[in-house]
Design a protein around this ligand. Structure first.
Ligand code: GAL
Length: 442
């Protein structure tokens, strides 16, 4: 496989997120985010770990960008921590926060690397959470004001923006299951969070487009290829309901199709939060859609699971190879997912903005020979190429992620990086997968 097969305009990149790498959570005027609060709560994160230092990217960003450069990666995706810019989420702006992202963007450009900021990768300012956070409709205004500040301060040097990262995960895990920040649970939190996230995504898109008409504006979604446990009708329809929840609920309203609530009647509960005019305000014609995919899910009917009557058949129970996240090793899933989203005629362009896998890497003789990750990425790319050759508008691929980092509620044990991090010393070591990517991108 040769990178030229993907075409010369194909975007190659690597993705990161502020909270997972930056550390310095309270430095230079940064306000607390919901993840600072959540990680301080007992029992919420594996081993009681927190992201106070993480990869120390706040201080080491130049070295890490040197690595991006030596790995021949031309596009760097990062996220902006809202509470660095606005410590209380709204109101007074923290100049030192702006300075950091200005330095970061400039450091990318100096190295010939294109910066791809994401405005929201799950770290809502705690001060806004105290006012109800994503469940409070005012969040659309707060997010719009924050978006506008970012557009005005960074827009002169940024050609590609992403409004949000995986709204299904921060609403589902954070507002229904309570296993991610802010730890809210139940439909009374989930539904308003979903609706306000959708309105914010579209509003963010409009604000960026208006202020930066020449920039490419996108937003990203978590997606997994879903298969029914059996071909029996009840499993097939359970798989369809899971697909609606995991893969369609957040994207279809943005594409102008409304919420897919016909087959899962409980979802009609979202309508309670809708005001006149919302249907229209939920949509925005994004230049690209970021698809983020890691595995496939197998779904079976379950009488006992409330609302959805569907449950995941855990990969552990299916006797399949597993990643550290206990996700099935299934890089082939990227192909049906690209095919699926390519069917939406409203989607003009797809970038795979995250894809990768966590494995228990070991340092031996100073090196990390992560053949499983290397082969995962290589297979993903072969499958992507197949979809592309069949006419799917997939125009880019970003590996998750540059360095091992803080994997949310899982802490530091799942390692996803192309580059190994020794969290005691902050030493970086390029893994075999990183070297493979470097040579591939040469
Ligand atoms: C995504 C998320 C990333 C990263 C990755 C691996 O859902 O956007 O922040 O954690 O999964 O689990």
């Amino acid at each position: 496989m040769d990178k030229d097969l993907f075409g010369k305009d194909f975007k190659w990149g690597v993705s990161t997120a502020a909270f997972q790498i930056e550390g310095s959570c309270f430095s230079d005027g940064k306000g607390a985010s919901i993840w600072d609060t959540f990680t301080a709560r007992k029992g919420k994160v594996h081993g009681g770990q927190h992201a106070g230092l993480a990869c120390d990217f706040y201080n080491l960003y130049e070295k890490d960008l040197d690595l991006v450069k030596t790995l021949n990666i031309p596009n760097f995706r990062f996220s902006i921590a809202w509470s660095r810019i606005l410590p209380f989420g709204k109101g007074s702006v923290n100049q030192k926060g702006l300075d950091f992202y200005n330095r970061l963007i400039d450091a990318c450009l100096e190295r010939g690397i294109d910066p791809w900021p994401t405005l929201y990768h799950w770290d809502l300012p705690q001060a806004l959470e105290d006012l109800g956070g994503w469940t409070n409709r005012d969040v659309v205004e707060w997010f719009s004001a924050y978006t506008d500040i970012c557009a005005r301060n960074f827009g002169d040097r940024v050609g590609h923006w992403m409004v949000m990262n995986e709204p299904m995960v921060f609403t589902g895990a954070g507002h229904f299951l309570g296993v991610h920040a802010p730890g809210r649970t139940g439909l009374k939190n989930f539904f308003p969070a979903v609706h306000h996230a959708v309105l914010s995504m579209a509003a963010g898109g409009r604000i960026l487009k208006e202020s930066q008409p020449h920039a490419e504006i996108g937003t990203t979604f978590s997606c997994s290829h879903i298969e029914p446990y059996s071909q029996r009708s009840w499993d097939v329809s359970a798989a369809n309901r899971a697909d609606i929840l995991f893969n369609r609920l957040l994207i279809e309203p943005v594409l102008g199709m409304g919420y897919p609530d016909k087959e899962v009647s409980v979802m009609k509960g979202i309508r309670k939060y809708m005001l006149p005019g919302d249907e229209e305000n939920m949509t925005f014609d994004f230049d690209f859609i970021g698809i983020q995919t890691y595995t496939r899910e197998v779904i079976r009917y379950s009488f006992l699971t409330p609302y959805l009557h569907a449950k995941l058949v855990k990969a552990e129970k299916r006797k399949v190879p597993l990643t550290t996240m206990k996700w099935e090793v299934y890089p082939e899933g990227i192909y049906p997912i690209i095919k699926k989203y390519s069917q939406y005629k409203q989607i003009r362009k797809i970038y795979i903005t995250e894809n990768g896998a966590a494995f228990p890497d070991v340092v031996m003789g100073g090196a990390v020979d992560d053949q499983e990750r290397l082969s995962f990425i290589r297979t993903s790319l072969q499958e992507l190429l197949k979809a592309r050759k069949e006419g799917c508008p997939v125009e880019g691929y970003f590996v998750w992620t540059l360095t091992d980092n803080f994997e949310w509620a899982e802490g530091y044990h799942p390692r996803f990086g192309l580059v190994h991090v020794d969290f005691e010393t902050q030493e970086r070591r390029v893994k075999s997968s990183g070297k493979w990517y470097r040579d591939f991108l040469k």
